[in-house]
Structure formats: C-alpha cells, structure tokens
Design a protein around this ligand. Structure first.
Ligand code: PMM
Length: 294
C-alpha cells in the first residue's frame, strides 16, 4: 500500500458525518439533542453521502465539564441503535470503555476515542476484544485543562511521537494493526498555529503507516482565520472553509474527514479524487514515455 492511499480498500477519502447528541456542543449548539431529532439528522447525513456517522454524547469543547456515564449512555445508545437499524455504519464518539462496549452491542462498528485510550485504561481491552475499528486521537488532557497543555517545540514531531507511543500501548493491550485509524486531534491541546502546521505537514503523520482521520470541521482556528480576513466567522459560517480543508487533505490521501456539513465535503472529496486521478494519468504517461525512450 502506498502511504498516500486511504486503507480499507477505499479509493477515496471517507466522509464521517457528526451527530452530536449534546445540549452544549460549540459547533452545533444542541440542535440534535432529542434522540429522534438526532436519528433524523443522522439519516439526513447518510442521504447526503456520509460514509459513516459519528454519534457522541459528551461535549469536548474547551472548558466543558464531563457528563455522567448514565447520561452519556442515555444520550447515545438509542441513536446508535436506530441509525444502525437504518443501515448506517455507526461510529461512537466516546472516551469511556463502558459506553464503547454498550454502543458496540447496539451495532456501532467504530469507536472514536478523542483521548486515544488515555482517559479510560479499559478502552484498549474493549476495542481489542470486539475487533472494531478504533480511531485513536492525539490527546493530552480533558477539556478543562487542555488549553494549558498546548505547548510544543515542534508540534508535528511531538504529535507524531505521542501517537506512536499510544499505538504501541494499545497494540500491547491486544488491539490489531488493522483496527487502527490515527487522528492528530485538531484543537485538543493545540492552538490555531499548531492546527495549521499539522494540516500542512499531514504527510509526516501518514508516514506512521496508519490511515489518518482529520477533524477540522467548524473549529475555532477556522473562525479565527475567517475573522482575520473580515469574513463571517461564527461556527455556522465555517462550513465552506471546512470543505476547503477537506479538499486539501483528501488530495494528500487521508483516510477520512469528520465533518458537520457532509454535502460540502462530499463534493470536496470528489474534486480531490479527480485531481489525484489526473495526476496518476500524467504519471503513467510519463512512465510509458520513459520506457519507450529506453
Ligand atoms: N473533534 C471533536 C469531537 N470528536 N473526533 C475525532 N476523531 N477527531 C476530532 O477532531 C474530533 C472528534 C470536537 O468537535 P465537535 O464538538 O464539533 O464534535
């Protein structure tokens, strides 16, 4: 496999649509909090072309307090169950092994853990036991302290090394290589400059040899960029910038993007795919010309 091709047999970058079942997400402000509304939203994202839907019951915005286990289960399980029944490939966005285990029983096929297994020492065992896909993100601490942890000499080198260490830890706990997708965790103990550098140098993360997921959607650094250009910058106005990021990282060959606005990223992935195919045709033409001249 070339390090720049998404794994999973996919010939293009996958689009993961976000279904936040929280009253306080920074990006969609509790719009989908009632389970039936969340399910309808997930179905809508599937109809728009989402390859998988990511159901989360805990807000991770900077400064957010944690929800209880019971509350998280209550928010997430009915939505996972109903979206699975509707034919979706469901991912559960959780840092808790008990939520992951129950969501897998309810039909989820992917565990998306923004803490990379650090928040709950049992997570790796649950993932290993089930054989599910595991999105392991770079993380340094919970939302209440993460801003203070955003200190790096070389953010890409350090995120890469810290991800590699987490891979080693979960592999030692029995998680298979084929289960893993890595995520630099944009905004998690990272400021805007850190996020841009991680995006610009995403190839260096891809060199780890695992599929890469990027979650830039509606994040604060996009708002800051838009604001500095004098443009509308509130979360609801960040979808076009998100789609532009999708096009750029899809062109590099990342495995997936996690986004709120699916339709824009589906088109952005199509653009990147056409772009890459044109590049491949040029390469093969250059190869044949070289062979012909020998
Ligand atoms: N970001 C958020 C939540 N879950 N999961 C992954 N894998 N990567 C991310 O970057 C990520 C995530 C926070 O954003 P939200 O509140 O808009 O969902």
């Amino acid at each position: 496999m070339s390090p720049t091709s998404p794994r999973d047999g996919a010939t293009r970058t996958l689009v993961m649509g976000v279904v936040n079942v929280t009253p306080d997400s920074f990006s969609d402000g509790g719009q989908w909090f009632a389970p039936d509304v969340a399910v309808a939203h997930g179905r809508h994202l599937m109809a728009q072309g989402a390859d998988l839907v990511d159901v989360g019951g805990e807000s991770t915005r900077p400064g957010a307090a944690r929800v209880s286990l019971e509350e998280e289960l209550e928010r997430v399980l009915p939505v996972v169950r109903d979206l699975t029944a509707a034919g979706a490939s469901v991912s559960v966005d959780t840092m808790r092994s008990q939520v992951a285990a129950r969501a897998l029983e309810a039909g989820a096929r992917t565990v998306n853990d923004v803490s990379g297994g650090l928040a709950d020492p049992e997570m790796a065992a649950v993932v290993a036991e089930s054989g599910c896909r595991y999105v392991l993100s770079h993380w340094r601490g919970h939302s209440d302290v993460m801003t203070d942890l955003a200190r790096y000499e070389d953010v890409v080198a350090q995120v890469r090394a810290e991800l590699a260490a987490r891979v080693e830890a979960v592999r030692a706990a029995g998680v298979g290589e084929h289960q893993l997708v890595l995520d630099p965790g944009l905004g998690f103990a990272k400021d805007g400059a850190h996020n841009w550098e991680l995006l610009n140098r995403v190839d260096e993360l891809m060199e780890l040899g695992y599929p890469i997921l990027i979650g830039a959607s509606r994040k604060r650094f996009l708002g800051e960029m838009l604001q500095s250009a004098g443009a509308e910058s509130l979360p609801a106005f960040r979808d076009r910038a998100t789609a532009a990021v999708t096009a750029l990282v899809a062109e590099r060959g990342v495995w997936g993007v996690r986004v709120h606005d699916v339709i824009g990223s589906v088109d952005a992935v199509r653009v990147a795919q056409a772009w890459r195919q044109a590049g491949a045709r040029l390469d093969s033409r250059a190869d044949s010309a070289q062979k012909g001249s020998r």
